[in-house]
Design a protein around this ligand. Structure first.
Ligand code: MBD
Ligand code: FE
Length: 287
C-alpha cells in the first residue's frame, strides 16, 4: 500500500491521509462483527441518553441541531474523524484499556502512526534531513519486564513531529520516513536513539475540528511530544508519548494525554545537544 503524501498542508489533506491510514491498518473494524447485540444496545442507548439529557438540560434549539448536523457532515468531508476521535475520545479508552497495568504508563496513539518504519538497530540516528531543525536529543534507556528482567530484542518504534510541528506522510514536502524509526534493544535490553526535539503541535485549525475549537473558545495545542510503541514477545504492547518539562501545554493538552510519569528530564549539554534517560517496563501478556 502506498500512503498518499498530500500536496498541501491543509486540514483536509492531513485528514485524508489519516483516514487512508486508518483504512489500511484497521480495516477489520469496518464491519462491526462478533459484538453481541446486547452490548451494542447498551452502549448506543447510553450514549444517546447522555445526549438527550444535554438537549433537555440546555434546551437545545433547531438552529443548534442544524449547526451540529452541518458540523458532523463537515468532519467527514474533511477526513477529520480520526483526528476528532483521537483528540477528544481516545484518552479515556486508553485509560480503561491499561488500568490493570503494573508496568509503564501509556498514552494515546493519535492519528499519525505508520507501521514498519526503517530499522535502526539498538543504537542509531532516526531518519532525518541534513538540515533538520531542533535541538539534537540523545535518548538512552532499557526495556525491562515487570520483574526487572532485561528484554533484549524488544522493538522501540518512534515517530514525532519536526521542529515546525509537522509529521512525515501527513504534511507535504517531507521525506517519507522523516523522524520515524524502529529500534531494537541489545541483548541487555538497551537502546540509544539520536533524534531532535519536536516542537509543540497545533492540530489543524482550518478544518472542522478547528471550527469547533474556535467556536468554543478553546486552543488547538498539544505539548511537544515523542510517540512510541514498545513491544516484546510475551508482553503487552505499550503505546505511549513522552513530554518535555516546562511546556506550557503539559497542563492543558487539547488531547488530555499527558501523565506526570511520561515527562522526561533532559539535560542540556555544553555542545548544544540534550541527553535524556528514559526506559520502559512492559507488563507480561495475560493468559
Ligand atoms: C497529534 O500529533 C497527536 O499526537 C494527537 C493525539 C492528535 C493530533 C495530533
Ligand atoms: Fe502527535
Amino acid at each position: 500500500m502506498s500512503t498518499t503524501v498530500n500536496e498541501s498542508a491543509t486540514a483536509a489533506a492531513s485528514g485524508a491521509s489519516a483516514t487512508e491510514r486508518f483504512h489500511a491498518d484497521k480495516s477489520p473494524y469496518a464491519a462491526v462483527k462478533d459484538v453481541p447485540a446486547e452490548r451494542v444496545d447498551t452502549l448506543a442507548r447510553e450514549v444517546l441518553e447522555a445526549i438527550y439529557t444535554t438537549v433537555r438540560a440546555h434546551k437545545v434549539t433547531y438552529d443548534e441541531f442544524n449547526a451540529l448536523k452541518a458540523w458532523l457532515i463537515g468532519v467527514g468531508e474533511d477526513g477529520e474523524w480520526p483526528l476528532f476521535l483521537d483528540v477528544w475520545l481516545e484518552h479515556v479508552v486508553e485509560d480503561v484499556a491499561t488500568e490493570h497495568r503494573e508496568g509503564n504508563k501509556g498514552s494515546i496513539e493519535g492519528p499519525y502512526y505508520v507501521p514498519d518504519a526503517p530499522e535502526q538497530g539498538a543504537k542509531g540516528t532516526i531518519s532525518m534531513r541534513d538540515d533538520e531543525g531542533g535541538t539534537p536529543l540523545v535518548w538512552s534507556g532499557q526495556v525491562t519486564s515487570c520483574d526487572g528482567s532485561a528484554l533484549g530484542g524488544a522493538k522501540v518504534e518512534l515517530w514525532h513531529a519536526d521542529d515546525d510541528g509537522f509529521y512525515s506522510q501527513f504534511a507535504p514536502g517531507i521525506p517519507e520516513w522523516n523522524l520515524r524509526g524502529t529500534f531494537t534493544t541489545d541483548a541487555d535490553g538497551y537502546f540509544e536513539i539520536t533524534t531532535v526535539q519536536p516542537a509543540p503541535y497545533q492540530i489543524p485549525t482550518d478544518g472542522s475540528c478547528g471550527k469547533l475549537i474556535a467556536a468554543a473558545g478553546w486552543h488547538a495545542w498539544r505539548p511537544a511530544h515523542l510517540h512510541v510503541k514498545v513491544s516484546a514477545p510475551g508482553h503487552e504492547l505499550l503505546t505511549a508519548q513522552l513530554y518535555f518539562p516546562g511546556d506550557e501545554h503539559n497542563d492543558d493538552d487539547i488531547a488530555s494525554a499527558v501523565k506526570p510519569e511520561l515527562i522526561l528530564d533532559p539535560q542540556q549539554q555544553a555542545d548544544g545537544t540534550a541527553t535524556v534517560a528514559y526506559g520502559f517496563v512492559l507488563d507480561p501478556a495475560k493468559g
